[in-house]
Design a protein around this ligand. Structure first.
Ligand code: ADP
Ligand code: ZN
Length: 294
């Protein structure tokens, strides 16, 4: 089965052709400009590839309610030229194939849960700490959607008493994204994260916020494993610090075999940065099945 996958991001669109085993045959990347400029290029890429379905993992917020008139739209995104854009409709109309659709981070959660480190677990999470922060949640074996889709990057946090940075989220200032995203690190310390590798206080504070968020997710969602991805997690010393913080902030309240084995509980992604695009392949597959049944 030949399938198309699209990881739609704010700076680039990654397109790939693969199959139902998560194998990727080819890929390309196209810069994200306006829908008028970018979407025709994407359609041109997929048009002659003989794919049976397309899956899209997309920046958001997006409308995932199949009963809504604006299902498949990018809705109120801060990337204003893409707001209220019917991205699923554009591909369906041009390619005339089933188009699966979900958030970018749900795509990554699905990729890891189908072929990666959370495979076989009924409850897991994928969190990306990068330009933005997002969380994809698998609950009882399915991606969690609810009213819209979870926006776990905007979890409201308590500030560290020594942190005088005001936070950069335009909506909440001191949410997880506002305090711990790559751009928040840069704004607080005046340098990019990659240039701050040897500054211990930077990563202690970062681990404090990520740890706090993970404790909240653990309390509410009870995941069996948490995957932490995104550019900021490329700081290799972060992972042990985050695990320590989670332990410290849980303060012995929960005792499970998973939490006792922290190194296998909070983990890095396992699919060589292909988790998002592989998740999009799975979205394509699932949509195909759904439409064949219907
Ligand atoms: P995006 O979120 O845009 O898809 P990334 O996940 O790569 O992309 O995140 C980019 C952010 O991560 C930037 O803010 C960048 O400064 C930060 N970043 C990238 N690499 C590192 C690193 N090695 N150490 C710390 N921060 C990093
Ligand atoms: Zn926010």
């Amino acid at each position: 089965m030949r399938l198309g996958a699209l990881e739609a991001g704010g700076t680039k669109m990654v397109c790939a052709i693969g199959n139902e085993n998560g194998e990727i045959f080819e890929r390309t990347s196209i810069p994200t400009e306006t829908p008028e400029i970018t979407v025709p290029k994407l359609i041109e890429y997929f048009a002659d590839k003989e794919i049976e379905a397309l899956g899209i993992g997309c920046f958001g917020p997006i409308d995932l309610n199949r009963n809504s008139d604006t299902y498949g739209y990018i809705t109120t995104t801060p990337k204003l030229i893409w707001a209220n854009y019917d991205i699923v409709g554009a591909f369906r109309e041009a390619l005339k194939i089933p188009v699966g659709f979900d958030t970018d981070v749900n795509g990554s959660a699905l990729g890891e849960a189908t072929w990666g480190i959370t495979k076989g677990l009924e409850n897991s999470m994928y969190i990306t700490i990068g330009t933005g922060v997002g969380a994809g949640i698998i609950s009882n074996g399915k991606l969690l959607h609810g009213m819209l889709h979870p926006e776990g990057g905007h979890l409201l946090l308590a500030k560290h008493p020594s942190d005088s940075y005001e936070g950069r989220c335009p909506y909440h200032k001191t949410c997880l994204e506002g305090l711990a995203s790559g751009p928040a690190i840069e704004a607080r310390w005046g340098k990019k994260g990659v240039e701050l590798a040897d500054k211990k206080e930077v990563w202690e504070l970062e681990a404090y916020y990520i740890g706090q968020a993970l404790v909240d997710y653990i309390m509410i969602l009870s995941p069996q494993r948490i995957v932490l991805g995104g550019g900021v997690m490329h700081q290799e010393h972060m992972m042990p610090m985050v695990r320590e913080e989670v332990k410290r902030q849980l303060n012995g309240y929960l005792q499970t075999k998973e939490l006792e084995d922290m190194e296998n509980y909070i983990v890095l992604p396992s699919l060589n940065d292909n988790q998002g695009i592989m998740g999009a392949l799975k979205l394509a597959m699932d949509e195909c099945q759904l439409e064949n049944k219907g």
